[in-house]
Design a protein around this ligand. Sequence first.
Ligand code: NAD
Length: 433
Amino acid sequence: MNIAVVGTGYVGLVTGVTLSEIGHQVTCIDIDEDKIEKMKRGQSPIYEPGLSELMLKNIAENRLHFTTHHEEGFYKADVIYIAVGTPENEDGSANLTYVEEVAIKIAELIEQDTIVVIKSTVPVGTNDRIQQFIHHHLIRNVKVEVVSNPEFLKEGTAIYDSFHGDRIVIGANSLQAANIIEQINKPFGIPVFITDIRSAEMIKYAANAFLATKISFINEIANICERVNADVEQVAKGIGMDQRIGNKFLNAGIGYGGSCFPKDTKALLKIAGHVDYEFELLKGVVNVNKQQQYLLLKKLNNRFETLNGMRIAVLGLAFKPNTDDLREAASIVITEELINQGAQVIAFDPIAMENAKKTLVTSIIYADSIEEALRDADAALILTEWDDIKYMDHAIFKTMRTPIIFDGRNCFELSSLKDSIIEYHSIGRPVVK
Ligand code: NAD
């Protein structure tokens, strides 16, 4: 199949690269010229394990192409994937400007019957609306069928997920179009679930809302554990053994971040609101998450009279491990507040430092290693559970002025700290001194 993928962010690039890997002819289109130039040279603009290797391979085998010109990508494309961003509007709703811009381009440029697949996360009803929108603006006498195919990849394991995902959801008005998209995806060997368009759109929001609910739920349990001297890790293990609950997504911490859960939960609240439904449970989930991001700061403020003049090491800045993505990361609010309170912040992240320099308050000092960040620090905060941090040599803590650790991701087993020199504050577990 000849496929065009519009938008080469985390979703679009991974989609384009993996579709080329399973044998399709793929042209990835983006309006960002620097990005496209980089990708033409085989360089990935994002950090995603395994992505660069697959990019290089498929460019070399002449199945993967990059362009800034939509007409070049759309020429002869049987299927066009839309994978542009749908960021949050100020009121929490999804911003569909980029999707609409692509829809216009499609209507103006396509010269043959085309299936348009919307991969971007869009509110229920958007696929139908885009179908009408394209028909309304079509210049030539061609047929367009819009199909919803929401994306479930996780940043950090996106390539793995593309080949081992739990399901591919296809929402379509026409079974024929659904079957074509199913055939395209067949080599991935992942179960396909075909449904109607609106249900497909809702599946994406419901999945993210449910996962966010699990996180906020265990975080509230953790907050109670701290007050009743229980250990949330033990509680999570104990409840997770019940197969109706499951043991995944029960890690207590300083809340979820990233480009999806925060915006998709708020967008679902808006979707519900538009049909006069107050999604009370989800409102709670969103509020709990907001408070959870400030939890380490509260612990610091309880432990020290003032943070003014303190040298505080921050380990991990990405919103989760194995990605360079800082969108909605807890590090954004935490480092800003530390600086506001007069602390000196020395930060380290194994991969996300370049993005951090563009995103975080400018007065942060960046260290080249965990060791450098910790040296002479009065306290350290752990914000991302990178393996480098989880499995670090605890002897390094000796180089701190005072080895007091506030771990927002419960990286260390409490049992491993019995004879340790550190004072260790984590989430939902007793303090170790
Ligand atoms: P992103 O912001 O990383 O990338 C979007 C890309 O689209 C950018 O490179 C931008 O330059 C490009 N773009 C914008 N307008 C364009 C146009 N008119 N023509 C061509 N390119 C254009 O976004 P992302 O994180 O990949 O997310 C894309 C969508 O997928 C969103 O709706 C998101 O909610 C959804 N999603 C994201 C993830 C994730 O983990 N990031 C997972 C599942 C679903």
